[in-house]
Design a binder for this molecule. Structure first.
Ligand code: ARG
Length: 873
């Protein structure tokens, strides 16, 4: 039973000027009627008041004058106010009939819940002010039936004010404690409701219950004065809609006849409502007072749940005006007009879309991140956290803010409503063009927060990992660290955000020289007589004249001629050499230890003694796989012991960084570019490295692998980080490694060794499995074919030097990739021994069509290797 507290009985009724509360008669279908006894008690107490008033009647008019004066001087002490809320009953279930407030099922369910609401505020500080509640809608809850309701209170002004001021958290905390009715309900939410005209009309409540008399008087006068105003009726026109997943349901309004319309939208639990507004005519720009369309993240018109509000947006063209998303499976859309106006049109549809999960941990070279449902409005009440990591240590992250449209905080400092936190900096306002691009270290943490109201389009970010080194190997480095292919430099299109690629272009492209007369000539014409420029201006700084010019006009210095390395395509630089030790030997013939040459192709270690001194069959305990009895991108897991010369080069802090190849018990071959310092990491420091041999699965602890520290890193003195030419390094281990089934050296080919175009060879490593991927945990192997250098040079715009070798698949799909660098490309020879043909060096992207892998061509370094290792290899 509900009883009025002593001493307050009459006040509820006495104060009628500010907040009258006679509205006990049911106004809506879902109104919960009060206990009859309560009404009796109330009426009787008020009757005594009336009797007392009658008793003093004879003293009128004098008394009346005093009473009236007092009446106007004493401020009214009571206000009527509303709380709006929702609650879920796990033991009840939702049915479509329950969404129709005129159905018998709706009425019965309201009655059945009467007991819950009569007890709801029983032991709360508000119990003495509570009047009654009304249920406005049902929806499908997470576990049962969700009920949306309002509760009406009449309380002293100070109590009402305090309730109004307390935020939602406080209101929830003030919920009944361990109350009986609490046990049957879940997910309580309760908020203070504005009792403005719009809200009351949408709820179907009588505004007179809430207004002071003078205000009412004013409203009446206004209505009578301003022609064309609506004749106020209390009921809004309501539509209750439900959309199953995959269905679109339409909302439309043409020539509205009433001042208030509302659509209560529902979708199945686990989904959210996507509202697509197609047309919106008839709103007065900028004037929210005239009429407005509002969308709420709740089935009651609560101010704090407004997702978006339009007060006169442009009429749509072909694309939707707006796409909104709710945070749960309901949305309320209301349209209100203060004046009748023909031709007001609103057309929209809604659908159920699965609830988005946002955030996550990303390890990638580049990608994008956007707010949930972007470019639709993000939902209210959501938090997402992303962590971006670059797949290989030492890279930085360049982040570009493409769009940032989130709820602006009214306070200038700090973002209190919605925000995007990038690496510890909160953003909620538009960013200037200059600060749209930022650089962060890896890992980068991004957090997005949206509060429970007002949403916007959101944000869209692009990120890219880039090497902080001063250079981009074989590529051009923009001001923001991004690398672009050289062919994009000086091509008339700005590819760098700072335009650096087109800044110093004079008129020549890379690979060309600028003659004094302003003409551009191919670089290969430099230092060649006769002068291509015609004025010899390109010969400046040539120092020495060309000693030899290949048929394709490549100019060679004296040191490259007859050095055992064919630099010209036709090998003309190695023919007719007069040096004694090459006498009677061509560059393609194998040279025995005694200086004699054999004409047989690849005679070394083939089991046949070809040199008189037998030197071609010495040092041949290499290139076998004792254990083998039977990302790399597009490769597959290698079987244990398949590639016993494969080495993982790891750094204490970063784990696997590069591959290497075991060529002798204390020597490894790798790529010089693996040891170039970056701003952040000293890759050249021998102490930072550890070599792991006999390893297949990359796990912490590296069980079973032989580990060695590095004593020396010998970079090739001609290594050029801009062109990746001479990308080779020898590493001397701190102590020799013992060979076994899993640890074996590969054969290093003689300088004369030829690997024929089209031969299938294998590249192996733990590099990333795709361009944007992560390092492989198991050793990968991939079969790639040797590609003819001139074909490769056409694909790479002459970036492939004579010290390089291309291998891959021109269709793409198979290749080495980041993290495979320094690792082996090996080919099986007739002798059934594996020879090291190449060292993973570079490539544009990975496994792209017509962008094969480029390797350091080992045969060009056979002599250098032998010299440096003092014949140990
Ligand atoms: N430079 C890369 C590394 O440091 C290897 C690139 C190989 N790329 C290719 N497409 N084959 O690991």
């Amino acid at each position: 039973m509900w009883t009025l507290p002593k001493g307050k009985t009459c006040e509820v009724y006495c104060v009628s000027s500010h907040g009258r509360s006679e509205g006990l008669a049911a106004q809506g279908d879902g109104e919960l009627r009060e206990d009859q006894e309560v009404e009796v008690e109330r009426s009787s107490s008020c009757c005594s008041w009336r009797r007392w008033t009658l008793g003093i009647l004879p003293f009128f008019p004098f008394t009346a004058a005093i009473a009236l004066t007092l009446h106007y001087l004493t401020p009214p002490s009571y206000s009527v106010f509303l709380l709006g809320g929702s609650v879920e009953f796990p033991n009840l279930s939702f049915s479509l009939e329950l969404s129709d407030s005129s159905s018998p099922q709706f009425r019965l369910q309201v009655q059945a819940l009467n007991h819950y609401f009569s007890k709801l505020y029983e032991s709360t500080p508000w119990s003495s002010y509570y009047l009654h509640s009304g249920i406005t809608a049902f929806s499908e809850g997470e576990e049962g039936l969700s009920v949306f309701y309002w509760s009406k209170f009449s309380a002293p002004d100070n109590v009402a004010m305090e309730m109004q001021r307390s935020g939602p958290e406080r209101l929830q905390r003030r919920l009944p404690g361990r109350h009986k009715v609490q046990r049957e309900s879940r997910n309580e939410q309760r908020y203070f409701m504005e009792t403005d005209e719009d809200t009351l009309h949408l709820l179907g409540l009588d505004a007179e219950d809430f207004e002071s008399e003078d205000k009412l008087e004013k409203m009446k006068n206004q209505n009578s004065i301003q022609g064309g105003k609506w004749q106020l009726g209390f009921q809004a026109i309501s539509f209750d809609l439900y959309a199953k997943y995959g269905n679109n349901r339409t909302l439309s309004l043409v020539s509205p006849k009433k001042p208030y319309y509302q659509w209560r939208l529902r979708v199945p639990s686990g989904h959210v409502v996507r509202l697509v507004v197609l047309t919106l005519h008839g709103a007065t720009p900028g004037s929210c007072a005239a009429h407005k369309l509002s969308a709420y993240d709740f089935l009651l018109p609560l101010q704090n749940k407004i997702i978006a509000r339009w007060c006169g947006l442009p009429v749509s063209g072909s694309s939707p005006v707006m796409k909104l998303t709710s945070s749960g499976n309901v949305m309320l859309v209301t349209f209100s007009f203060s004046r009748q106006r023909d031709g007001a049109i609103f057309k929209a549809y809604f659908q159920a879309i699965p609830k988005a999960v946002c955030g996550g941990s990303i390890s990638s070279w580049n990608g994008s991140i956007s707010s949930p449902y972007y470019p639709s409005f993000y939902p209210p009440n959501i938090d997402c956290t992303w962590t971006i990591r670059v797949p290989v240590p030492g890279y930085l992250i360049s982040l570009t803010i493409m769009t940032l449209d989130i709820q602006n905080s009214p306070s200038s400092d700090g973002c209190e409503k919605d925000w995007l936190d990038i690496g510890g900096m909160k953003l909620c306002n538009t960013v200037s063009d200059s600060s749209k691009k930022r650089v962060y270290s890896s890992p980068l943490s991004i957090h997005f927060h949206s509060d429970e109201s007002l949403t916007h389009q959101g944000f869209h970010l692009l990120y890219q990992a880039f090497s902080p080194e001063g250079t981009c190997p074989r590529q051009f480095r923009c001001g923001d660290g991004r690398c672009i292919p050289l062919r994009k430099v000086c091509d008339g299109v700005k590819d760098c955000s700072d335009g650096r690629d087109e800044a110093k272009c004079l008129s020549c492209r890379p690979g060309e020289v600028l003659c004094a007369n302003g003409q551009c000539k191919p670089q290969s014409s430099q230092c060649v007589s006769p002068s291509m420029c015609g004025d010899s201006s390109e010969e400046e700084g040539c120092g020495v004249k060309c000693y030899h010019v290949c048929p394709n006009k490549v100019c060679l210095p004296k040191t490259s001629v007859c050095d055992g390395v064919s630099d010209c395509k036709d090998r003309s630089d190695e023919l007719n050499c007069t040096r004694a030790y090459f006498k009677s030997c061509s560059s393609s013939s194998y040279k025995c230890a005694n200086g004699k040459c054999v004409s047989k192709v690849n005679p070394e270690c083939d089991g046949v003694k070809d040199c008189f001194d037998g030197s071609d069959e010495l040092r041949c305990s290499c290139g076998t796989r004792p254990r083998k009895r039977t990302k790399i991108v597009g490769g597959s897991d290698a079987v244990m012991g398949s590639w016993p010369w494969q080495v993982s080069l790891q750094m204490d802090r970063y784990g696997h960084v590069c591959g290497a190849t075991l060529v002798a018990s204390r020597w490894l071959l790798s790529a010089a570019h693996c040891f170039q310092d970056s701003d952040a990491i000293k890759y050249s420091d021998v102490r930072a490295w550890r070599a792991y041999m006999g390893m297949r699965v990359m796990i912490k602890g590296n069980h079973g692998a032989s580990t060695r520290l590095i004593r020396r890193i010998l970079l090739h003195p001609q290594y050029d980080q801009f062109t990746s030419d001479y990308d080779i390094a020898l590493l001397e281990l701190s102590s020799p490694v013992f060979f076994n089934d899993l640890v074996q050296p590969v054969c290093v080919p003689a300088a004369s060794h030829t690997f024929i175009t089209g031969t299938s060879c294998y590249v192996t490593g733990w590099g990333v499995l795709m361009e944007d991927g992560e390092l492989a945990s198991r050793l990968q192997e991939a079969s790639v074919k040797i590609i003819n250098r001139s074909t490769c040079n056409k694909l790479y715009e002459d970036a492939v030097t004579p010290r390089m070798l291309c291998a891959g698949n021109l269709q793409g799909g198979v290749d080495a990739c980041q993290g495979d660098s320094g690792g082996p490309l090996v080919c099986l020879e007739r002798s059934k021994r594996w020879f090291l043909a190449g060292i993973v060096s570079w490539g544009e992207g990975c496994a792209r069509q017509n962008r094969p892998g480029v390797y350091t061509q080992v045969v060009k370094f056979s002599d250098w290797i032998r010299q440096q290792t003092k014949g140990q290899v």
